[in-house]
Ligand binder design. Sequence first.
Ligand code: ZN
Length: 361
Amino acid sequence: MRDSYRIGRILGIPVELHVSFLLLLLLVFIYSIAVNFQAFIYLVLLFTVVTLHELSHSVVARRYGIAINRITLLPFGGIASMEELPKNPVQELKIAVAGPGFNFIMSAVTLGVLYVFDSLSLIFPLFDFSISSPMTLLAVFFKVNLLLGVFNLFVPALPMDGGRVFRSLLALRLGFNTATEIATGIAKMIAVLFALLGVLLPNLWLVFIAFFVYLGAVQESEMLRVNFLLSGMKVRDLMTHGVVSVSPDITLEELAELMLERKHMGYPVLSDGGRLEGIVTFTDLSKVPRGEWGRTRVADVMSREVLTVTSDTDASEAFLTLARAGVGRLPVVDDGVLTGILSRTDLLRALEVMRLKRLGQ
Ligand code: ZN
């Protein structure tokens, strides 16, 4: 099952709803019909605030030339998936602060409007979220922004914004690796604390956030381990040379035969001039009914947008590219010429060897 679903694009960035948000949507929908229509207003409010928060991260990231693959919305926040990690701690810091910063600006503006309309008293009590008039709606908008901003910025748990701020501040002094090690350790402790608190209170929300933080922290430290094990290695040390490529003009029938014979499931597609035109995999083949293989050419089914690396790319960077793109292999292209191919298997094998080597030291 997929864990998020695309609902549209804002500023050219695909926006997806996480399953938990969809579940919440369904629950609130039933609840608002049966009990209280206001619940629906809350949901729209939360949705708007969280989206704006993520867009703020994205806009700042873009300014540093970091592309945003998609924004995933969760009930308590969102994730802007970046193409690559920010190049330096200061960039990460600014990107992380942008989200909560926007929330604080929104709450300040709302506060100003409430002041002008002589309704400042509506913000107390702070945890009262009832809406009975446009002014109380504004007051709730203020509270939601304030709480989301505070919660995201001041909980120092990776992958939450506060954790990113914490990590980047540490990284300025200790370097990225040590900083990540410390930050993920603390994030895991906070996650366990949240989970305990969530069970004791009981508060399902906290348990859910605990899960999210814990998994995120594990992912970050996993990345760190890969960086460490592959440090100093280049793509050329791991890639497969003498790649078998195919012409865009052969049929899928011929491609299937080649796959059977060579037992490789993916091939770069080269034009007559030796230019890389795309990549064709077993998945592309399997989408076409068996009966049409004789009539369909590789050019009709191959992926044309191919991520490539050079043989001089750091192995850990290539690993990140593979993982983020969710592909199995990357063509290695030097000066426009295909020199090899780097597969996920190549990298996993190298990781395993390096792990054993370091264990033996
Ligand atoms: Zn954020």
